[in-house]
Design a protein. Structure first.
Length: 257
């Protein structure tokens, strides 16, 4: 069995900034095993997240990070063949993707999936057609003023950073409990990365739980409360994000940074 470097989360949170340290477990992933066809990709992954927490899910390319997110979101691929996923006492592992979305799971994929031919505002309104509705347009534009300025512009003509903001905003237009972000900083300038990180901190302060998969591990760790590191589909570290930042040997071993 792979050794997991597990660190207690007690004492690692700034309680003035975030109440996640004392919150009950909100999302529990237990021994999930998922396959693409015959390929065994997610190999017994387990971790818990507290409500209002940001978790950085890290690892080298091919470690199983995106596949883990897709499994939690209950997409058809990879196929979950073993294990359980619980969100606020609801069995996600028994659900299809649309049921998981109704339960409060929102996945923002790496390619963002902005709908061609629709304006910024139409992309947001489309997300609210089916209940449960989340944030109002006014609240979204307050968080993302650039989107408000460009609400009549076609979504696919936005800059990369603005498209990422729109993808996150579209998730917030639904009533969500857990935000799953796959490579949100991909291809973005450092100043835009910082802007999106500030936005995600605001979202955390609203009580939304977030899992971020990101190759820019340092940026993700600076944002996150905790980190889980995967290596070839298994958990090799579960502990505080700050400890990973402080442990050069750990980063070199599993993240090559």
């Amino acid at each position: 069995m792979t050794h997991v470097e597990h660190k207690s989360i007690d004492g690692t949170f700034d309680k003035q900034r975030n109440m996640a340290a004392t919150a009950a477990k909100f999302l529990s992933v237990w021994d999930i095993r998922a396959y693409y066809g015959e390929s065994y990709i997610v190999q017994g992954v387990s971790f818990d997240i507290h409500e209002g927490e940001i978790l950085a899910l890290l690892g080298r390319n091919g470690a199983g990070k995106t596949s883990t997110l897709r499994t939690i979101a209950r997409l058809d691929n990879p196929t979950l063949k073993h294990g359980e996923i619980w969100l606020d006492h609801k069995p996600l592992h028994e659900m299809k993707s649309h049921q998981a979305a109704q339960a409060g799971i929102a996945l923002v994929p790496e390619d963002r999936r902005i709908i061609p031919g629709l304006t910024v505002e139409e992309n947001l309104l489309l997300a609210q057609i089916a209940p449960p509705k989340g944030w109002s347009l006014e609240r979204i534009y307050e968080l993302f003023p650039r989107l408000g300025e460009r609400r009549k512009q076609e979504g696919t003509t936005l800059s990369g950073g603005e498209q990422q903001m729109l993808a996150i905003a579209r998730a917030l237009a639904r009533d969500i409990k857990v935000l799953l972000l796959d490579e949100p900083y991909e291809g973005l300038a450092p100043v835009i990365v910082q802007e999106i990180a500030k936005t995600l901190s605001v979202i955390r302060d609203q009580g939304i739980t977030t899992i971020i998969v990101e190759q820019n591990a340092v940026a993700a760790l600076k944002l996150a409360d905790r980190a889980v590191i995967l290596d070839t589909g298994t958990v090799v570290y579960d502990g505080s994000a700050q400890e990973v930042l402080d442990d050069e040997a750990l980063r070199a071993k599993y993240l090559a940074i």
